[in-house]
Ligand binder design. Sequence first.
Ligand SMILES: *Cc1c(COP(=O)(O)O)cnc(C)c1O
Length: 365
Amino acid sequence: MTAPLIEIQRTRSPRPRPNTPDLGFGRYFTDHMFLMDFDPARGGWHSPRIVPYGPVAMDPAAGALHYAQTIFDGLKAFPDQNGEIRVFRLDAHLARLNESAKKLCVPQVDVALVSRAIRTLLAVDASWMPEQEGTSIYIRPIIWASEGFLGVRPAKTYTLCVILSPVGSYYASGAAPVKIWVEEKLTRAAVGGLGAAKTGANYAASLRAAEEAKARGYAQVLWLDAKEHRWLEEVGTMNLFLRIGDEVITPPLTDETLLPGITRASVLELLREWGVRVSERKVSLDEIKKASAAGQLHEVFGTGTAAVISPVGELGYAGGSIRISEMKPDSIAMRLRQAISDIHYGRVQDRHGWMTRVETLESAA
Ligand SMILES: *Cc1c(COP(=O)(O)O)cnc(C)c1O
């Protein structure tokens, strides 16, 4: 079988590039997007194409809108030291997209084709790569159920779309540790639910608690398990890491209530290489209260594609608060951030094979 051709329809009205300091996160989009449709009557996924960025027509009865049958992923492309574009852990992200697909009864995608689609899209919009240190292009693939049908069952037709957003540095304003609210009532995901899938439903479930935390003056929520409200799960939309004494701990994936982060996996791999004592184990709110009282809670941080490593400075809860000591340059969080960004921007050799180079259009064709 020959690989399907990706048709490219270029925009006639390229848009002005935003100023790098205004980029923020997810506010601007490049000139083009990738689309592909799924229809069993047409042999599955068909018509892969790159078209000008813009609104897509949708049947108002589409399953994605009513029953949230939709999944996404999020990954980043960076300029290396020669100005070439490389994507961080592209294959791992696409494998996860397929894992999310299984959990929501969405058809599997051909990883090789979507990988080529993303690389081609990046080549078409390469001039959108911002130039300042810490900036990147955020890549957002999404699949939605497109069939117009109100019965409750998996849809028969889907659309896969990839959009690109040039994004600024998360640390432009300094790596100030954030205040986090420990949410003891509302929950994000329960055992047997969708917690391990990257899907809009989990985000919808998280909004109210996040708004309430913001109203209390906190940046985000620390999620506890849905059953006992005891065990730490995630921090906002990031995976959670703690350093207690000389042990670095992250909650385990075994209950499938956590999103299996690619940053989490990368951090675990680096820490093990560095000979740091790491555990994937359950940690309770009680344990960290005690560790803090004993002066042993040295670091708390979140990991995720958007901010990479996000240090937590304070945990507030109904009965009090826990302060975590200031970030020191030799902290695990700062070392990880440096090591991962060195890999992103090609300042060190990519020993793990985590970076995928984007060919220029001529050599890709
Ligand atoms: C995407 C996501 C993460 C982080 O995953 P990465 O692959 O590291 O970006 C963590 N938690 C939730 C809920 C997420 O949606």
